[in-house]
Design a protein around this ligand. Sequence first.
Ligand code: FMN
Length: 216
Amino acid sequence: MNKEKIREKIIKSLKWRYATKVFDSSKIVSEDDINTILESARLSPSSIGIEMWKFIVVKNKELREKLREVSYNQPQITDASYLIVIAQRTDAVENMTKERMERTAKILNAEEDSLVGLKTMLEGSITQKSSDGSLDSWIKSQTYIPLGIMLETAALLDIDACPMEGFLPEKVDEILGLKDKNLKSSTMLTVGYRGVDKMSEYPKVRREFDDAIEFI
Ligand SMILES: Cc1cc2nc3c(=O)[nH]c(=O)nc-3n(C[C@H](O)[C@H](O)[C@H](O)COP(=O)(O)O)c2cc1C
């Protein structure tokens, strides 16, 4: 595919995508496609590479019914092919630095002692963000990156999705038993194929290019 075609495909897909409210539950996203969407989440960047997230694919129908009840009865939760809950880790103080160091040393085949700069940065961030109270929101903000990347991946594959934060997080955590896993829900993504929905034909409501973007 040449560059011109890639540009066209990206913009066309992003104009085609919309936050799908009505899914056709009889049309199922293939395993290869959902795995590609999830892999794009796994490959997402995060601040200092902390990856303090977990992508929980809820396959159990009863759980999805329960989650719908605490998500303002939004039908996407049960009708889409897949429901992905993006959870943030709550054990950063205990485990973030240790895990990041071990992961990096293993993958780069390096001694942890040679990664002293990274360790200083990780410890500095934890100390600063713990003391100014921003640790939790810093970690939560990272979860929106894979959310966005999955939305784009899905659109490029001509697959519909709805990003969602219209749910009661404490209830979701309770239903999925997240607290015991040192997790809490941040946001969700439903993935599937659109059903008959007038909204899919509405033009995109967006600020003008020159209003949203400034070159200085
Ligand atoms: C973080 C986030 C949370 C959202 N939560 C919901 C939701 O709970 N339910 C819903 O129907 N749409 C939800 N939306 C969709 C937005 O309303 C939608 O993206 C926005 O109005 C722009 O429309 P479009 O995505 O269809 O172009 C959410 C979007 C984002 C980015």
